[in-house]
Design a protein around this ligand. Structure first.
Ligand code: ZN
Length: 416
């Protein structure tokens, strides 16, 4: 009997040792706790134990997951308050979690704006008539036509101009006959009158040599360029003061770009600008910001900025759309990849990797969005590791597990 008891006792001991060994072996990851022993939570702070693979498992005591048999991890009350979630390596891979770092890096803000090619207003010339009359021969009769400075646009029959020419010629004739100074004054007045009607000194000289008035007065182009407006047809009567042509010199054009209010503080007159045509591949024009208009469009909340571009080959045509790109060098700033940021209501969160599978949602204040990065104004420090991929699933988990106010009104209602 005694011998049997001893044998049983030995067997029991062996069995207990075996179980203890097995437990020790199965929980090898825990055999070497990481340096910062965050796992050693005070008993009172532990809310429950969960499986990193099966977050729905919540048990009051340590043990194994009833689904997969993995060792359960403690979830502390601090974790719950902060919304920290525990996600182990295997599950991270399933979710596709990737980690990035908050780093100080040079940020270049790219401002894009839609622009439109405009005439350079300083290079517009109008042909205004100073006398009324009738259009005789119309030589430049199409808008878009190219004209050279001095080229005849049309001829005008003007009774007023004709009379003024006759007046000058007769004053000169009488001056020759009588040589009276009063008449010399009269000729001078007649010349002045012709000038006011738009005749050049050269034309007046030719008139005097010719001794005979012109019936048809040639009206010429004041500059070289393209006719962009034409208000005459052959035979039409025109009033003094009418603008009959508008001629644009297109060898330089303006791009007027609509820039958002928020981007305005970054704009500086003189900064380099790239202009691209959306329908012409690999074409870009380098210009400079010339002017920022002083008013804002109330409806679109945009301001207008002007870029001046040379246009010798006439590739830029008025009214064309153009993409305007301004690169603003912001210098080195603390930033995270933009994919790290989760938007929740008015808040911006990132998940900071605390190690040991713990990911804690952290509110951040963002600065500019430059390229693929967000500037971090507040909430992180250099070197902080943040989740850059899979954070939406983690956010969902954190939302389920915590009652923190980050997650908006849903959590608030749950409390009532
Ligand atoms: Zn499990």
């Amino acid at each position: 009997m005694t011998r049997r008891r001893v044998i049983i006792a030995i067997l029991v001991l062996v069995a207990i040792t075996a179980v203890a060994l097995a437990v020790a072996l199965r929980s090898t990851p825990d055999a070497h706790p990481p340096e910062h022993a965050a796992t050693e939570h005070p008993e009172s702070d532990i809310a429950y134990y969960t499986c990193p693979m099966h977050p729905s498992v919540e048990q009051p005591e340590p043990g194994k997951c009833p689904i997969c048999g993995m060792t359960l991890t403690p979830v502390t009350k601090t974790d719950l308050r902060e919304g920290t979630v525990v996600v182990d390596e295997v599950r991270r891979q399933q979710i596709g979690v990737r980690i990035g770092t908050a780093e100080v890096r040079p940020l270049v803000l790219e401002i894009r704006a839609v622009g439109r090619v405009q005439y350079d207003e300083t290079r517009l010339s109008d042909v205004n008539l100073r006398m009324s009359g009738w259009v005789q021969k119309l030589l430049v009769d199409e808008t878009g036509q190219r004209v050279k400075k001095g080229q005849i646009l049309f001829t005008l029959y003007s009774p007023e101009l004709y009379a003024a020419q006759v007046e000058l010629l007769s004053a000169l004739r009488e001056q020759k006959d009588g040589s009276v100074t009063v008449l010399a004054d009269l000729a001078g007045a007649s010349k002045q009158r012709l000038r006011l009607l738009g005749m050049s000194d050269g034309q007046i000289q030719r008139l005097m040599r010719r001794g005979k008035p012109w019936e048809h007065m040639p009206i010429t182009a004041p500059t070289s360029g393209y006719v962009i407006e034409k208000a005459v047809v052959e035979g039409a009567s025109v009033e003094a003061g009418t603008r009959v042509y508008r001629i644009a010199d297109l060898s330089r054009v303006w791009i007027d770009a609509d820039v958002y209010e928020a981007d305005l503080p970054h704009l500086k007159v003189g900064q380099p600008v790239r202009v691209e045509l959306p329908y012409v591949q690999n074409t870009s024009f380098d210009g400079r910001l010339d002017y920022i208009y002083p008013t804002l469009n109330e409806k679109t909340r945009t301001a207008r900025a002007r870029i001046v571009l040379p246009n010798e080959d006439l590739q830029l045509k008025p009214d064309m759309y153009a993409n305007v790109v301004l690169d603003v060098d912001l210098g080195p700033r603390l930033a995270v990849p933009d994919s790290a940021v989760v938007y929740t209501g008015p808040r911006r969160l990132v998940f900071v990797d605390l190690g040991e599978g713990r990911l804690r949602p952290t509110e951040v204040k963002l600065g500019v969005h430059a390229g693929a990065f967000y500037e971090i104004v507040d909430g992180l420090k250099e070197g902080d590791r943040v989740v850059t991929s899979g954070n939406f699933l983690i956010a969902a988990e954190s939302r389920i597990r915590s009652a923190i106010e980050y997650w908006g009104s849903g959590a608030d209602h749950a409390g009532h």
